[in-house]
Design a binder for this molecule. Sequence first.
Ligand code: SIN
Length: 290
Amino acid sequence: MSISVRPLTPVFGAQITNVDLTRPLDDSTFADIENAFETHSVLVFPQQALDDASQIAFSSRFGALETTQGHIANNFTVKQVSVISNLDPDGRLMASNDPRLIYRIGQRNWHSDSSFKKVPAKASLLYARVLPPNSNACAQTQFASLRAAYDALPESRKRELEGRAAIHHYAYSRRNDGIQLTNADEDRRFPPVAQAIIRANPVNGRKALYVGSHASHIAGMPEAEGRALLQELLAFATREEWTYMHHWQVGDLVMYDNRAALHRARPYAITEHARILHRTTVAGDGPTVH
Ligand code: SIN
């Protein structure tokens, strides 16, 4: 039986049904899913019953997995599954001034996972385990199509940006109201890196406007000028007409292409309701600039 693919918006995103991701997939079914991923950038698989092992097994079909970087919100552990949670290890809701929660709130900025690494992530897979009540009204994740944004850029802008690189820096994006949220070890592990601003998909050639909150300035441009241009491009890349809001249900697996889509967590009563997502991240194929 073949998978069903239903587009979620006229621009990008698709819901995939008729597949059970807890079972090993035959090559033909996997090829259909991979093709849908390269085409639609964001895939939603509803009603899956995954544990960490099956999430890792499915995610690994797309390539080697990144291990989580140890940071304050995960007790500095390094694993293949990153637990996105507002509960402390004793199962209690974190307080609003808890540094781990402040770290999580950084995920409310539009970003592409691991763009601050020399080899940025290819894909991420988020699986919903625990959600606040009325999850239709809160705690969503929103996605923006960087391909639609690229396509809509004026030709002169496309020419200006082609071949240029932005400098992405973890310490830059993890600053909140003047408070530095990274520590000395993170600053050492994640120095500033250059990323191509225009990226072409290696399978279908579709180009994407690769920006996001980790992008600090533009190589070869005065810092303030580059930062202002990146802010303008980010606002353009996240225009409502090419975004998709995912309203979570427990059991949803959402897979997104970090090369072609930005995402952000939407605000909710984070100190009042538990929300737990498990994330696996497929590593990229190589640097975006040489
Ligand atoms: C993430 O940015 O990895 C998580 C998004 C979310 O919590 O909705």
